[in-house]
Design a protein around this ligand. Sequence first.
Ligand SMILES: Nc1ncnc2c1ncn2[C@@H]1O[C@H](COP(=O)(O)OP(=O)(O)O)[C@@H](O)[C@H]1O
Ligand SMILES: [Mg+2]
Length: 394
Amino acid sequence: MTQDNSSPFAYSPSDELILVVDDDPTQSLIIQSMLENRGFDVLVADNGADAIAAFQQHNPSIILLDAIMPGLDGFETCRQINALEHDSQTAILMFTALNDDKSVDMAFKAGAVDFITKPVCWSVLIARIGYLLKQKANVKHIRRIEERLRHSQKMEAVSNIANNITHNFNNILGSIAGYTDLLIDLKPEDKSDKSAHYLQQIKKSTQRANTLVSQMRVFTNIAITHLETLKPSALLDDTLSILQPTLPGSIKLIKQIEQHLPAIKADPLQFQQMLSNLLLNASQAMSGTGNITITLRQFQQDSFICSYCFHQISGDYIELSITDTGTGIKANTLKKIFDPYYSSKPFGEAVGMGLPIVQGIVHESGGHIMVESVPDQGAEFKIVFPVTEEPSEP
Ligand SMILES: Nc1ncnc2c1ncn2[C@@H]1O[C@H](COP(=O)(O)OP(=O)(O)O)[C@@H](O)[C@H]1O
Ligand SMILES: [Mg+2]
């Protein structure tokens, strides 16, 4: 089956599992071989109960279900699968006897999306499977777009609120900090031991609040970028010469930087902020000990789906990858890491704005970000920046 990588509705047979349910082993074997020859993954069940169990365990893309089987027949199996609470996009295609309109009607009523008559015409079966898989890819693509839209609306609202709060909060903080300093500067005879201690605590809290405000400021000001056309290796070398000394000595930084790469557009200060946030996260995930590998090269993957905006990209990009040997990120945490103020770290130790700022900077310069992680082994943040035709600044 041909595969069109450029279309969002493309699918690859090797990623698709098809469950064949038929009580006739010869029939199942023929369908299985025919589908496997075309690159599909195939699972076989010879009765309704096993088919339901296989559906729950493996979540196949398509179920080819025989209507007439002893025990639980195909119609009842189809009904029970559809009655299960599930989020899957599994399409059920039923085998019915030729010219049996009643069975066809029963199949649709039971929840099948299509039917095929026996004896099976292979070219028709393959065409139907192709059509169903394209439809499934289509639904997936629409869901991604909807999620992207929801996310960008949420981010716009958060950004507006943050802007307002930052402004007002900053003024209040200024006055608290000012009066605290005045009290601290009072002569010792004018204040008790306890009040001196309490004042130091107020001062510490004010400093923490200031950090929060400045993170919010960075986040809401990301749109104010000063993009320059730069040589990526020089930009990375310069940035690392500033950031490397801030890493604990027990962390080994491994650099794999290709020198002669096409130019990109970036704001050097924001690039530094982005890398600083990523290195801090990596260092925290390794409790200060381990390896961070930084790689800079021409983007080589066929396709790349942004973990933040779900945009699918391919083509001329420069790829910056930051890999650590830390705790990694669990699947349910991965969904939240770009949410403003999300943090898995103890309260008071983190603000949860590191990655929202990173994604904002990356997208402002036309780039995208992808996160991959194996829990307990580490995490990789891959960032891609579009190549520009403009000559880089000296
Ligand atoms: N390199 C990493 N390894 C493991 N977890 C990470 C890494 N980077 C980010 N995370 C997870 O993403 C969350 C959000 O990161 P961030 O926005 O920087 O907020 P913060 O670091 O303040 O918690 C972190 O709390 C952590 O759970
Ligand atoms: Mg962080």
